[in-house]
Every structure is written in structure tokens, then in C-alpha cells.
Write a protein that binds this ligand. Sequence first.
Ligand code: FAD
Length: 148
Amino acid sequence: MSTMLADTARHRVVVIGAGFAGLQLVHQLSHPAVSITLIDRRNHHLFQPLLYQVATTVLSTSEIAWPIRHLFRDRSEVETLLGEVTGVDRDNRCVVLEDGTGVAYDTLVVTTGSRHAYFGKDQWEPFAPGLKTLEDATTIRRRILQAS
Ligand SMILES: Cc1cc2nc3c(=O)[nH]c(=O)nc-3n(C[C@H](O)[C@H](O)[C@H](O)COP(=O)(O)OP(=O)(O)OC[C@H]3O[C@@H](n4cnc5c(N)ncnc54)[C@H](O)[C@@H]3O)c2cc1C
């Protein structure tokens, strides 16, 4: 596994997840002795409370999603990485990405959110699909538009 070594003179904070929690943390955490790597499997931050409006054709997808790198374009100490985290090597203090690369950290913050649940009634999912992502919203929108 190759490991990406950031600026080792600074305390390296790695944040997994650029949802509300991850973004709030990065916005609040600003110190000359700290470098931040923000990792997300999507290139955009998603404003989930407005997914309903996309699903019902009131808004377009671009109105509720913003590129993560753009949000921190003025923060030179913040690096954004697009990647799926598949594990954490705690012994070597390293986050493992799907492509096999590792990202070293001094402090790790995991803000990966949650997923929907059916409380043991998974057979309900085809009739009441989840609404957590842009793909979920556009799938529901398509079903609404094609319903006859
Ligand atoms: C339809 C809907 C309506 C809502 N309405 C409201 C409301 O009106 N008011 C309110 O207060 N709250 C509302 N919420 C809840 C609110 O949106 C969530 O509580 C909030 O978005 C959770 O933020 P988070 O940062 O914890 O997780 P998320 O926003 O889910 O962010 C997690 C991030 O982690 C990333 N991630 C996850 N796993 C990995 C991995 N393995 N590797 C890399 N990246 C990963 C994801 O891509 C995502 O960007 C609503 C939620 C939904 C779905």
C-alpha cells in the first residue's frame, strides 16, 4: 500500500465525510499548526433537506449540491480527496482508500453519516425507497414523472 504523506510539520487531521458534520468541523478548525485532509466518496456536498424538492421536480440537482473543493478553495491548508474509504489502519494511523492508497493522520474524524432503515421490514424498500442521495432523488422523480 502506498501512503500519501501530507505536510508532516503540521498536525494532520483527516476528516472522512463532507456532510454537514464534516463541513462544520473543517470550517471551525483553523490553526497554523494544523493541516486538514477532507475525504469523501462524492465530489459534492449535498444539502439533504432539499432532496424532496429535487424528487418532486421543484429544484434541479445542481441547486442542492456543491463541489467540495470549491467550498474550501480559499483554505490552502485544506486538501480535498475524492475516494471511498474502506478501512482504517489504526496501528499505522492511516486511512485506507478503495484504490489501495493510504492517507496518514495524527487525528482522525469520522463523519460518514447514516443510511435509511426499515426496522426489520426490508421488503418495504421497493415501495418506499430511501432518499439520501441525488441518485435516490432522481430515481423517485423519474418514477413520479412516468407514473400513469
Ligand atoms: C430527505 C431528508 C430531509 C432532511 N430534512 C432535515 C431538516 O429539515 N432539518 C434537519 O435538521 N435535518 C434534516 N435532515 C437530516 C440531515 O440532513 C442529516 O442529519 C445530515 O445531513 C447528516 O449530516 P452528516 O454530516 O452526519 O452525514 P451526511 O450528510 O450523510 O454526510 C456523510 C458524508 O460521508 C460520505 N461518506 C460516507 N461513507 C463514506 C466512505 N466510506 N468513504 C468516503 N466518504 C463517505 C458521504 O458521501 C457523505 O458526503 C434530512 C435528511 C434527509 C435525508
